[in-house]
Ligand binder design. Structure first.
Ligand SMILES: Nc1ncnc2c1ncn2[C@@H]1O[C@H](COP(=O)(O)OP(=O)(O)O)[C@@H](O)[C@H]1O
Ligand SMILES: [Mg+2]
Length: 345
C-alpha cells in the first residue's frame, strides 16, 4: 500500500526547472532513498513533502489526503536535517520534549515518551547534556529521537549522516536501518552517497536533473540500471564499446560477449558497461587482449588498470592472495562473465 504519492510534481526557481513531472509512490513501512548528485533536486523534493515548498504543478497525497497546500505543522511528517538543528539552549530531554509540549500533551505523557525515545537511541545517560556537550553522532541520535517522538506518519531524512566521519557514518547507517525496522516506520532518506543508498534501502529512486531515472531495489539498480546515468552513478563501472552481431551477442576487441542486447539491431555499435567483478584475467589466449598500465595495492585487492587494443581503459580488482603478479607493460587477456554486461545503444 502507498503511504505517499507524488503526482506529476513540477518545481521552478525562477526559470530553473528543478523538479520535472516527478512521480513517486512510497510504500508503507519502507526505507526509500532518493539518491542523486548534488543539485539534482533531492532536497527540493523532500521540502515539498514536508511543506516548506509548494510544487508549481502536481500534487502530494499522504495516506489518501491531498496535502499539497497544507502548511508544514499540519502534516504528519517530520524532517531530520544534516545540521541536526537542535535547540542549543535546551538539554537533550528538553529537545525531545519540545514538539510534544507544543501539542499541549500532559506532563506524564511527555515524560514517558522522552524516556522511551532516550532508550531507543541509547542516550538515556545523556539526558541532561546540552547539544554542545555531545559528539556529532550523539547529536544526530537526539535529532532522530526528537523527530520520531511525535509519531509522524513518515520520517524525512536529508543527508542526516553527511557531517559525520566515515567510520561513525557506517555505524550510524546500521543503527538507522535497524531503528527503521524496529519501529516499522516509513523513512524517506536523501543522500548523494551511492554506497549508503545500496546498504540501507528497500528501494532507491535515482534522481538526475529533476527526474527520477529509475526506481527499484538496490539489486535492480546495481545489476540492471535502466539508463547510462544510473549505470555510471552507482558502483564502479567500465565503459567499453563493441558491435551487436546477433541477438544477445556482441563483439568487443575481436572477442564475442554474451549479454542482453535489448532491441539493438545487428550491425549496430553498442556501449558495453561492465562491473570490475565481472572481468577476469584469463590464462588462455582466447580473451580480449590488453596491456597492464598500472597496478595499485588496495589492501584486500590490487587494482589493475588495463588498456585494450581499441584504446579503451578497464579497471579490475585482482585478489591479493592471487599467485599471479602483474606489472606495467604485461600483455594479458580478459574474460567477461556471461550475461553480466549492461548494454546501451
Ligand atoms: N531556494 C532556492 N532558490 C533558488 N534556487 C534553489 C533554491 N533551492 C535550491 N535551488 C536550486 O535548485 C536546484 C536543486 O537544489 P536541491 O534540491 O537543493 O538539490 P540537492 O538536494 O539534490 O543537492 C539547484 O540547482 C539549486 O541551486
Ligand atoms: Mg540537498
Amino acid at each position: 500500500m502507498s503511504i505517499l504519492i507524488i503526482k506529476n510534481a513540477d518545481k521552478f526557481y525562477g526559470k530553473n526547472h528543478v523538479v520535472k513531472s516527478l512521480n513517486l509512490e512510497v510504500d508503507d513501512s519502507e526505507f526509500l532513498t532518493i539518491l542523486g548528485p548534488s543539485g539534482c533536486g533531492k532536497t527540493t523534493t523532500l521540502r515539498m513533502i514536508a511543506g516548506f515548498e509548494t510544487p508549481d504543478k502536481g500534487s502530494i497525497i499522504l495516506k489518501g489526503e491531498d496535502i499539497t497546500y497544507l502548511p508544514p505543522y499540519k502534516r504528519h511528517v517530520n524532517t531530520v536535517f544534516q545540521n541536526y538543528a537542535l535547540f542549543p539552549n535546551m538539554n537533550v530531554s528538553e529537545n525531545i520534549a519540545f514538539g510534544l509540549q507544543q501539542q499541549k500533551k500532559d506532563k506524564a505523557t511527555v515524560d514517558k515518551k522522552v524516556t522511551e525515545m532516550l532508550a531507543m537511541v541509547r542516550m538515556s545517560n545523556f539526558a541532561k547534556r546540552k547539544p554542545a556537550e555531545l559528539s556529532g553522532g550523539q547529536q544526530q541520535r537526539v535529532a532522530i529521537a526528537r523527530a520520531v517522538a511525535n509519531n509522524p506518519a513518515i520520517l524525512l531524512l536529508d543527508e542526516p549522516l553527511g557531517a559525520l566521519d566515515l567510520k561513525l557514518r557506517k555505524q550510524m547507517q546500521f543503527e538507522l536501518k535497524s531503528l527503521q525496522q524496529q519501529l516499522n516506520y516509513t523513512f524517506i532518506y536523501v543522500t548523494h552517497d551511492q554506497e549508503e543508498a545500496l546498504t540501507m534501502s528497500d528501494r532507491i529512486a535515482v534522481m538526475n536533473e529533476g527526474v527520477i531515472d529509475q526506481l527499484g531495489t538496490p539489486e535492480e539498480i546495481y545489476n540492471s540500471p535502466s539508463t547510462e546515468f544510473v549505470a555510471g552513478f552507482i558502483g564502479d563501472i567500465n565503459k567499453l564499446s563493441g558491435k551487436v552481431t546477433a541477438q544477445n551477442e556482441l563483439v568487443c576487441n575481436g572477442q564475442n560477449i554474451i549479454a542482453n542486447t535489448k532491441n539493438i539491431p545487428n550491425g549496430k555499435e553498442a556501449k558495453i558497461f561492465l562491473r570490475p567483478e565481472n572481468i577476469f584475467i584469463t590464462q588462455s589466449n582466447n580473451g580480449i587482449p590488453g596491456k597492464i598500465l598500472q597496478t595499485v595495492f588496495a589492501g584486500t585487492h590490487t587494482k589493475l588498470e588495463i588498456q585494450l587494443s581499441d584504446g579503451n581503459i578497464v579497471h579490475i580488482n585482482e585478489p591479493v592472495n592471487s599467485e599471479r603478479r602483474y606489472t606495467h607493460g604485461d600483455s594479458i587477456h580478459l574474460e567477461v562473465k556471461q550475461h553480466t554486461a549492461i548494454i546501451f545503444e
